[in-house]
Design a protein around this ligand. Sequence first.
Ligand code: C5P
Length: 323
Amino acid sequence: CFSHAVHRRLKYVSLAVLVVQNASLILSIRYVRTLPGDRFLSTSAVVIAELLKLTTCGLILEWLRFLYNALITEYRDTLKLAVPSLIYTLQNNLQYIAISNLPAATFQVTYQLKILTTAIFSVLMLRTSLSRVQWLSLLLLFAGVATVQVQQQQQQQQQQQTQQGEQNYLAGLAAVIVSCLSSGFAGVYFERILKGTSGSVWVRNVQLGIFGALLGTLGMFWKDWETVRERGLLFAYTPMVWAVVLNQAFGGLLVALVVKYADNILKGFATSLSIVVSTVASTHLFGFHVDPLFALGASMVIGAVYIYSLLGRGPRGLLFVRS
Ligand code: C5P
């Protein structure tokens, strides 16, 4: 059975690691003890090694206790997080479909609709009140990012007329639209749990991650069982693919912190600004020119940030003024 197989594998892995570790330990002790110059205290090396083992086991024990508390003791909260977890897992899979089937700029424009879905879900689920000016600034933000992306697309089409691979535009579009709904709903749902209950953002992330890992694995086996069995889980993982996966994971933790310290709507402003900044950066790196359309789009985005945060003052603005 599965656990026997894992046990057997761990047996050989641990023995193999021990062979390498033991040989290298003896050689390295001999090496450091025969170097010219001051010699370290061997009694202190013994003490430090004990302290390191103690700390490692303590950390592992603490981690297990943390997991037990987060998952079992607070099982009700854990179950609540199954909802955003399922939705995020779907969204993360849909994004690969969308980006594989749509030109990058088209994906980015359409995905910015999540600014509006997030605002709508914030109003519905968190009873956020947005002034009319703030709604207008959200529309301006969307229009601004869309303009920047349309400009980018025009430029790229001029540069390369070719379309590589087999792409299904409609499937891509459907995937991105569902992603927008999912991003708004799951983001606000997570914000509601995070801010409405006492658990730390780390506990919430562990609860979210446990379901995400389980559901993601089920999805993977359901869709790609044959390939996983024949070629393995990490088939065709190049260093670049590792970089993508690490970036995705880091981005997820960053989103959690942004939602904790700011909120989902402000997150939309930050990512829109990052699109403008990265376009300017690529202008310098890859020699794109900034044309009037880009300047217009960028001004709309910056104007929207300004209007939302300064004119739409309130608890949801960037500048919170206590009255
Ligand atoms: O595009 P959007 O901002 O909705 O993407 C959010 C991303 O952050 C998703 O990939 C989601 O899995 C991740 N996330 C996370 N942990 C959270 C909240 C979101 O990993 N607590």
